[in-house]
Design a protein around this ligand. Structure first.
Ligand SMILES: [Ca+2]
Ligand SMILES: [Ca+2]
Ligand SMILES: [Ca+2]
Length: 321
């Protein structure tokens, strides 16, 4: 497990640097003119997407108390252009990209926690978007609490679907995609209390995209096996630590099985969930390394690896097709 811990630390640290130090097209220097700071009110999510098809990643960010989607677009001269788009909802908490209608242009979805919906921005492929539309959880404005979402084809028809974590309902709402900007009426996948983050990946080795959900009030990750046709089985529950908020997945130990890492914000720890195969998982809490020592060892950045920065890093990755 020691080697697994080192690999996880290295992976998360690299992702932190990727967000803080924006990429340079020339490749000679990671950061040319500083960190390109901009202000988001109570930031809740960041995402790196090449939504404009420039071959370079833009940084998209939203904040709980902010009314705008903030976008940093890379320019040919290595600088970044900041712009804003109105979110149109309240308390945005998550951003994902997917090509919902198969036109080759990336579309962007944002979960709005207090308005109980997610916004759909259909991409034009030139850096512009159509006017957003809004998809409500269960068709109403009740505070179901959308807080995290994943957009990819989960039922096998090659059309992206959406799984939306509802932290007030202890449910995942599954929206079958129609291949345009709309979805069929959702059905509920019961999960643990107060789900805070959901990702998709083949965690059960079935060739389908299962769901892993970090559930805040159960101190656990709930893993739901994809049984096909948008149906998910009862969860396998893995204890992780106090208040798991964000989750990411990769095959950390290179055994061919997709593992998980979860931030336990209340404990200020990271739990590594090793996938043992056959629907069995083992969780080990690895703690976090204080920022200055981590940064100085790598010799590449003065960024500090606080529990908050771990949380933001984990928010970057939502889908593992
Ligand atoms: Ca599209
Ligand atoms: Ca589908
Ligand atoms: Ca593995």
């Amino acid at each position: 497990m020691a080697s697994l811990h080192r690999v996880v630390s290295r992976t998360l640290f690299a992702a932190i640097v990727g967000v803080v130090a924006l990429p340079s097209p020339a490749g000679a220097k990671v950061v040319r003119e500083g960190p390109h700071l901009f202000t988001v009110s109570d930031p809740t999510a960041v995402q790196l997407l090449d939504y404009a098809k420039t071959g370079r990643l833009s940084l998209l960010a939203v904040g709980r108390l902010d009314e705008d989607l903030h976008i940093q677009d890379p320019q040919p001269d290595g600088t970044y252009r900041h712009r804003r788009l109105a979110v149109g909802g309240t308390s945005p908490h998550a951003i994902v990209g997917a090509d919902l209608n198969g036109d080759g242009n990336m579309d962007v979805l944002i979960a709005n926690n207090e308005t109980g919906d997610f916004a759909v921005y259909m991409g034009k492929g030139n850096g512009e978007f159509e006017k957003p539309s809004y998809v409500h959880a269960y068709g109403g404005y009740d505070p179901h609490g959308p807080i995290s979402l994943v957009a990819c084809d989960m039922d096998g028809d090659n059309i992206p679907d959406v799984a939306l974590a509802l932290n007030m309902d202890s449910e995942i709402a599954f929206f079958k995609g129609r291949g345009d900007s709309t979805f069929e009426e959702p059905h509920a996948i019961p999960t643990g209390q107060s789900p805070h983050a959901v990702i998709a990946g083949d965690f059960f080795g079935n060739g389908r995209l299962d769901l892993a959900v970090a559930c805040l009030r159960t101190s656990s990750v709930f893993l739901h096996e994809n049984l096909g046709n948008g149906v998910y089985g009862p969860p396998v529950v893995v204890q992780t630590g106090g208040e798991p908020r964000m989750i990411t997945a990769a095959d950390f130990n290179r055994d061919g099985r997709l593992d998980l890492a979860v931030t336990n914000v209340n404990d200020q720890t990271v739990a590594v969930v090793e996938n043992l195969g056959g629907g069995k998982f083992k969780s080990v809490v690895v703690g976090y390394e204080p920022g200055p020592s981590t940064a100085s060892r790598r010799g590449t950045s003065t960024a500090t690896a606080t529990p908050t920065s771990w949380r933001r890093t984990s928010a970057d990755i939502n889908c593992f097709p």
